[in-house]
Ligand binder design. Structure first.
Ligand code: UD1
Length: 420
């Protein structure tokens, strides 16, 4: 099995460029299905989940090819409207393809995405919204059969501001007749990026970033070039890495507006965070302080995706920090691994209490999920001795090259590949 070997105790120093955003590019790749023409995505991250999306696009008849960090997708001709069970299982967020296929083809066939490492991940809001737009959806033994010869725009009120459901309905809304209004929409920056992409291709979408998104449907979309936004969770990971190991890092292209909930906590802990148009700088000297309670919440609240990496940064803080995880049930699986490194963490339901310890020590640990895996690396940077981080397939879903980036920041880190 591949593993990362990290020798901790050395402050970070240096600069990295932040990769394109995973959570932004996945719905954008689904959106390419709406477009007759070539789309060129700049700063497209090379990730396992992106490769899975490319396989879905190709299975539907699209052309997709890489040119450096640009991905060219052409969906002018589609030959299919179904996604195989194995492709649906590869990536939970494949469900966002449903709205796009329905909008383009008037029908779709795919399987239910199952639970995932974060616990059950229902899609009831996605399906209710698509039904409200006129889709007939039959759930039959784990298969979704969808027919929607005429999608019609109307107002949909989401019971909870789901990111995926908002994206799915934006894509379906582009293919619907008249106006679709999504109320209580998710406000994440990735929703804004999807809107900007769609509009760059000729769509008429307004309101992303607020609780109400309006889509004027039925526009013919054309190809174009679009730069994917920088990944705010990757940036949060490296900010937390600097807080954990100490030192000074500059994250080129990171956007401070997307990260204010995270940087506010790091500043409270004693880090100096500054930013300009070029990126974000974080300086951390000496032992950091514990933070006020961290409660994960939809944007602009504290992101659930940054909970694990922040927890890792606070393991050696002076004092106790309380975390409350409000989005996913199963999001403390990294805790058991961090405890192996000497962390003092007590979990009760959705609350975790982290009491800073003087020292962490290297250990053999396993990634349990994507961000939990990154958290192990953040902790390892501050641990005495060597940490071996295994089960890297989780990390590879969301980080283009964690070894390269942390290495560029001065970490002592080596990746050993599994022998074939
Ligand atoms: C997206 C992100 C993920 C992030 C999450 C929350 C992508 C590819 N993934 O996931 O990294 O952690 O947002 O910021 O962008 N819910 C329902 N019914 C539904 C849909 C969601 O009850 O039909 C619930 C979920 O169980 C969860 C909450 O709504 O408790 C938020 O989930 P959602 O915003 O949909 O997350 P994802 O889009 O799956």
């Amino acid at each position: 099995m591949s593993q990362l070997l990290i020798r901790g105790g050395r402050p970070l120093e240096g600069e990295v460029s932040i990769q394109g955003s995973k959570n932004s590019v996945l719905p954008i790749l689904a959106a390419t299905l709406l477009i007759r023409g070539q789309v060129e995505l700049e700063r497209c991250p090379r990730l396992r989940d992106v490769e899975a999306s490319i396989r879905i696009l190709r299975s539907l008849g699209c052309e997709a090819r890489w040119e450096g960090d640009r991905l060219m997708v052409d969906a002018s001709v589609l030959g299919d409207w179904s996604i195989s069970d194995s492709l649906m299982r590869e990536m939970r967020s494949s469900v966002v393809f449903l709205g796009a296929i329905l909008a383009r083809c008037g029908k779709a066939l795919c399987s239910m995405p199952g639970g995932c490492e974060l616990g059950p991940r229902p899609i009831d809001l996605h399906l209710a919204g698509l039904r409200a737009l006129g889709a007939e959806i039959v759930e039959d033994g784990g298969v979704l059969r969808c027919e929607a010869p005429h999608l019609r725009g109307r107002e949909i009120v989401l019971a909870t501001p789901s990111v995926g459901a908002t994206e799915n309905l934006m894509l379906a809304g582009c293919g619907a007749e008249g106006e679709t209004v999504i109320s209580n929409a998710a406000r994440e920056p990735e929703i804004v990026d999807l809107q900007e992409f769609l509009n760059a291709c000729g769509a008429e979408v307004r309101g992303a970033g607020t609780g109400t998104v309006r889509i004027a449907g039925g526009k013919a979309l054309h190809g174009g070039t679009y730069p994917v936004m920088p990944d705010r969770i990757v940036a949060a990971t490296y900010l937390c890495a600097a807080a954990s190991a100490g030192g000074e890092v500059f994250l080129r292209d990171a956007r401070s507006a997307d990260l204010s909930a995270v940087t506010a906590v790091l500043e409270e802990c004693g880090c100096a965070v500054t930013s300009d148009n070029a990126g974000i700088r974080c300086v951390s000297r000496g032992r950091i302080r514990a933070a006020s309670p961290i409660r994960t919440a939809p944007y602009p609240g504290f992101p659930t995706d940054a909970q694990a990496v922040l927890m890792a940064a606070l393991l050696r803080a002076n004092g106790t920090t309380i975390f409350e995880e409000n989005l996913f049930e199963n999001r403390y699986r990294h805790v058991e691994e961090l405890v192996r490194m000497g962390a003092d963490i007590r979990v009760s339901g959705r609350v975790a209490v982290v009491t800073g310890v003087e020292r962490l020590h290297g250990a053999a640990v396993e990634c349990t999920d994507l961000r939990g895996g990154a958290a192990l690396c953040v902790a390892a940077l501050a641990a005495e001795g060597e940490t071996r981080v295994g089960n890297l397939r989780h990390i590879d879903r969301g980080y283009e090259d964690l070894r390269r980036d942390l290495g560029n920041l001065g970490a002592e880190i080596v990746r050993e590949e599994a022998r074939a």
